[in-house]
Design a protein around this ligand. Sequence first.
Ligand code: SAM
Length: 238
Amino acid sequence: MRFDILTLFPDMFRGPFDESIIRRGQDKGLIQIGLHQIRDYTVDRHRTVDDTPYGGGAGMLMKPEPLAAAIESVKQLNADATVLLTTPQGRPFTHTLAQELSLKPGLIILCGRYEGVDERIHQHYVDHEISIGDYVLSGGELAAMVLVDSVTRLIPGVLGSDESALTDSFGDGLLEYPQYTRPPEFNGLAVPAPLLSGNHAEIAKWRREQALRRTAERRPDLLAHAALSAADRLFLRS
Ligand code: SAM
């Protein structure tokens, strides 16, 4: 999977993308990340990327020409890529959307700044507009990092064998069960007995029930779409 990110602040990505799982994905050759400075696609000597909005109003907008030139150029590196625009007005980003995106051959991610980008960029170049939540960020860079991180961990081979995206929250449609490590007692709180039993069937049953209980308490909306067995339904009714 190749990610190309169009931004006015490529340096924001260098620390985060040089660490941990994203670093590992690059080192294994499973992902490639290109960072592109939108100003490099301007043609005036001031390298202007913004202008005032027609009709007046607060703030500046990202001009269409440098963005269009950047997208056209980057498409030559990432020919079959899907073009994503980060915007608070986009489709809410979820695990399901991350899974869909992880199957694409490549992604080009546009990071807005100021009051956003000229609407004609949305209309002409963008396949999906994506929001990472109902709040407004100062720019699309943090949103792009969220997209790259969550999609990368779903690409087969990126996570090690002891880290599975399937058992993480949302992997099977539920929140994950509670987890414990040593010591067996901490601050007067004991690790639940089934986890110490060594009985794999008992552990699996306890974990499934805890995941169901936790999801019912915290995110009952998820249960409507989760694959539930007859035993799961019985447990939820109990
Ligand atoms: N004027 C825009 C509006 O009201 O919809 C908000 C612009 S915001 C200050 C600047 C940029 O940050 C956006 O163009 C977008 O790229 C990014 N951004 C802000 N909030 C976001 C969110 N919730 N999800 C994804 N990107 C976001």
